[in-house]
Design a protein around this ligand. Structure first.
Ligand code: ADP
Length: 203
């Protein structure tokens, strides 16, 4: 039986608003969704570096730092992916409590999951960025060589090959990485993020 009903969160003396006041910006989660090789990690890490250099508290979650530890027990089945996303989103909520901007780079292929994610956050604290790129272009980049393995049937449920990617219905931002050069995509993403960090302005 779950013991959750006996869990009561201790209310600390330092709250999120105190941390945001100190930092001078709001903590938000920016979620980059798109096919493997679309450019999610590259863009997120470049935006992170820019924000970091400007003194922001920011952290990027991606498959590499999550699947190796926190979620190393999970498969890439639909259930495994769903639990992976659930854990990451819970993690970002703790990070936001700590006043940290979270950038997340995960394929997030299911529209239902994209919607559930959005519903799990408060108003104006979650923003979905569609990193949009045709599968043929992603495949030609084949950053990790996984498309080739998927085509040979060596990787099952590979999104874009043997698994579907459902484009977000109403993303907050779309970056078309096949036609827009990298630096321009980074600039667009960065400009989008900094507007969401403003504390006084309505977002
Ligand atoms: P993902 O995280 O979506 O799997 P990666 O960021 O690992 O994708 O890889 C994307 C690759 O595409 C990188 O090698 C990157 O340099 C390249 N690329 C080319 N054009 C762009 C662009 N406009 N935006 C992002 N990445 C691009």
């Amino acid at each position: 039986m779950s013991q959750n009903k006996y869990v009561c969160r201790h209310r600390g003396e330092v709250c999120r608003e105190d941390r945001e006041d100190k930092n001078g910006f709001r903590a938000v989660t920016i979620w980059f969704s798109g096919l493997s090789g679309a450019g999610k990690s590259t863009i997120a890490h470049k935006v992170e570096k820019r924000l970091f250099d400007e003194g922001a508290q920011v952290y990027t979650f991606d498959g590499d730092n999550v699947r190796q530890g926190l979620c190393s027990d999970l498969s890439f089945s639909p259930e495994g992916r769903q639990e992976n996303i659930r854990r990451i989103s819970e993690m970002t909520k703790l990070f936001m409590d700590a006043g940290i901007i979270c950038l997340c780079a995960f394929i997030t292929p299911s529209r239902a999951t994209q919607q559930q994610l959005r519903e799990g956050y408060g108003k104006d604290e979650f923003f979905l960025v569609h990193v949009d790129c045709p599968v043929e272009v992603c495949e030609s980049r084949d950053v990790k060589g996984y498309y080739e393995l998927a085509r040979k049937g060596k990787i099952k449920d590979y999104t874009g090959v043997s698994g579907t990617y459902e484009s977000p219905i109403e993303p907050d931002l779309t970056l078309k990485t096949d036609i827009c050069p990298l630096e321009e995509c980074v600039e667009q993403a960065y400009q989008f993020v900094i507007k969401k960090l403003a504390r006084s302005e309505a977002v």
